[in-house]
Design a protein around this ligand. Sequence first.
Ligand SMILES: [Zn+2]
Length: 109
Amino acid sequence: MKVIIVCDSCGNIVNLSSSPVNEKAYFQRVAQNIFSINENDIEIDVDMDITPSLENSFVEKLSEADDEKEIYKILDNEIMDNVSVDVETKLKSLKIECENCGESMTVEF
Ligand SMILES: [Zn+2]
């Protein structure tokens, strides 16, 4: 498979072809100094769902803690074992910019 990026303004062009070995294309290798994708221009939707699933032993430890300092220590060490975190990410958009003339295009997904 191949993706061709062409700048309408100055004619900069890049052929992004997939490797026959792993079907991956390497943007940086091919497009370096021709086109860029700025990490700050990539928009990602993050949907995080945190569900507590408390172990009895965890609750017991907390209830037996002597002071706030100990509670924090217990939470620091064990909180991640007592919640389930479900993170879903989705690429929303990315911006491709011509390194020669600055023309750009934002691809929305
Ligand atoms: Zn250009």
